[in-house]
Design a protein around this ligand. Structure first.
Ligand SMILES: [Zn+2]
Length: 316
């Protein structure tokens, strides 16, 4: 049976159908606009429309389970989504509602968990037992995969390193705490820092090229990224000790994260004389999330929707 995966983005909803024997190749890949301003019921209807389109295009019927990746966290106790940037989804029992609308079980995971799963199964972390997948861009997310399965956690927050505190930092975070990793090393945080010390506005790629040509403020900004990343990822390594850290997102493109100097900076904070953890650039491009969602249906019981078991499948 072919697998279906859906990635719920703020502006578009993307779907993929894959054959489990060749999971890195899409049989078909389609998208529809989210149109979140039209409300929750409309978003559910858009997803239902997309699933019908995927069936038509791929020539395969929907399976008993479909995997969904979404920003935010599903509370495993209640099934309620929170902290999604598609605000109309927050506070909703998304899994149960999708199961009802689609007549299938819904496996839902945070988009960083889907990214981590795709990297661990098909991407840069393939063959590694424990993979920490990072999305470092506009925000700072993370997901944990152990032996091919997403580790969701009791509260559904496993891997959320972006809201650990960085010692000495006090910048308020949208989450209500201060000095979170995200307030220091996310793309917007680094751009804010550069503006503060230089008085000039620049996007991160421009800051990187200014640093390469020796501009002091740009170099300081990248040093802040290196130091903040080192402290933050060392805390993850001390707890989880992953085989590989795969760094996605716009900030993950910056080469210094993979160099020897960053490794030495990480080493200073890790409770071991050597750090053998691999720091890897991701594979699969921007497809990682939706491929990870398709892998979910096979990998994670923790994100299963209680009301959406295959037995609840609607007669079609
Ligand atoms: Zn925070």
């Amino acid at each position: 049976m072919n697998r279906f995966g859906i990635d719920l983005g703020g502006t578009k909803i993307e779907g993929v159908v894959v054959n489990p024997a060749r999971p890195a190749e899409a049989l078909c890949r389609l998208r529809v606009p989210t149109e979140a301003a039209r409300g929750y019921r409309h978003v559910i209807a858009q997803i239902a429309k997309l699933v019908c389109m995927l069936e038509r295009e791929s020539g395969s019927k929907r399976p008993g389970w479909i995997g969904f990746g979404t920003p935010g966290a599903i509370d495993p106790a209640t099934g309620v989504l929170r902290n999604s940037n598609t605000a109309c989804l927050n506070g909703r029992r998304l899994g149960g509602d999708l199961a009802e609308a689609l007549g299938v079980g819904a496996q839902i995971a945070n988009d960083a968990n889907c990214f981590a799963l795709a990297q661990a199964s098909l991407g840069a972390g393939r063959g590694c037992g424990v993979v920490f997948g990072v999305i470092l861009g506009t925000g700072c997310g993370g997901g944990v995969v152990v032996d091919g399965r997403v580790l969701g956690g009791l509260h559904g927050i496993a891997g959320e390193w972006g809201h650990n505190p960085i010692p000495g930092e006090r910048t308020p975070c949208y989450c209500g705490r201060k000095g979170c990793v995200e307030t220091v090393i996310s793309g917007p945080a680094l751009e804010r820092y550069y503006r503060k010390i230089s008085g000039r506005r620049a996007h991160l790629p421009e800051i990187v090229s200014r640093a390469a040509s020796g501009e002091g403020a740009a170099r300081r900004t990248l040093r802040r990224l290196r130091d903040g990343f080192a402290v933050a990822i060392a805390a993850v390594i001390n707890i989880l000790d992953p085989d590989a850290v795969v760094i996605g997102g716009g900030v993950g493109n910056i080469g210094l994260l993979y160099d020897g100097e960053t490794r030495e900076a990480v080493q200073r904070h890790v409770f071991n004389p050597v750090v053998r953890t691999q720091f890897l650039r991701p594979l699969l491009g921007d497809s990682a999330g939706v491929f990870g969602a398709a892998m979910l249906s096979a990998s994670s019981r923790s994100a299963a929707t209680p009301g959406g078991s295959p037995r609840a499948r609607r007669t079609r």
